[in-house]
Design a protein. Structure first.
Length: 240
């Protein structure tokens, strides 16, 4: 394959991967606490190819942890984080972290996520409350009922996305070597939920841009094929 066609084909593959990321973001535009996936590009240099031959590739996707819009729900068990950090929950295979604070009380009184994962307390273990009494949640995550402290939400922060892996649509799992820390200047907002940080308008513009790039790369492949075909025909004519 000639260099032009090879580079264009590599670009097409990168664009297809971008479409996959974008499609997943759009599908989760209404998922509470969802964090959009973005792409990071680099150039791949083939050691066996001619000097200076490079191809565009998506080196790795990265997660955009920017905060989504906080929407008021009026539900006392809906909580959102204003600032950095994650709620810590007890997943089926270990500790998980999420920005989705759509919690509720299970039959045994434990505070759980929409999937039924127990919400972790700052002191360890889970949080238990009485369903018959209203729950107040302070800005530091302290839960109280009838003037008595029930516990405090465990909130964890990380210096970056390194060591964090997505689990499902709105959960993260940390590598055992990564230690979370307590976030600073983060406030817990009761009666609110954080929406996805995937902007639908931005995604629509991005989709049009990717499709235009895809079309241009397709034309480049066709041009490369035509050039190769003409070169072969010219060589055949010279040799005849």
């Amino acid at each position: 394959m000639d260099p032009l066609s090879a580079t264009a084909a590599s670009g097409l593959r990168a664009r297809m991967e971008s479409l996959d990321l974008l499609a997943n973001n759009v599908a989760n535009a209404s998922t509470g606490g969802y964090k959009a996936d973005r792409e990071f590009y680099s150039l791949y240099a083939d050691a066996e190819a001619d000097e200076g031959s490079t191809m565009p590739v998506i080196e790795r996707p990265w997660v955009d942890l920017s905060q989504g819009v906080l929407q008021t729900t009026g539900n006392s068990l809906d909580v959102a984080l204003s600032g950095k950090g994650f709620f810590s929950v007890q997943g089926p295979n270990g500790r998980l972290y999420t920005r989705d604070g759509s919690f509720h009380l299970a039959a045994d009184g434990r505070l759980v996520t929409a999937e039924g994962y127990p919400v972790s307390a700052a002191t360890g273990g889970s949080l238990t409350a009485q369903s018959t009494l209203p729950i107040e949640i302070a800005s530091d995550g302290t839960l109280s009922q009838d003037g008595q402290t029930v516990g405090q939400l465990a909130i964890a922060d990380f210096t970056g996305t390194a060591g964090l892996a997505k689990r499902g649509n709105n959960y993260f799992q940390a590598d055992p070597s990564v230690r979370p820390s307590a976030p600073s200047a983060t406030s817990v907002e009761q009666g609110k939920l954080e929406s996805s940080n995937t902007g639908t308008a931005e995604s629509a513009v991005r989709l049009v841009d990717i499709m235009r790039q895809f079309e241009m790369l397709q034309k480049a492949v066709l041009i490369g094929n035509d050039m190769s075909k003409q070169a072969i025909e010219q060589v055949a004519k010279v040799g005849s």
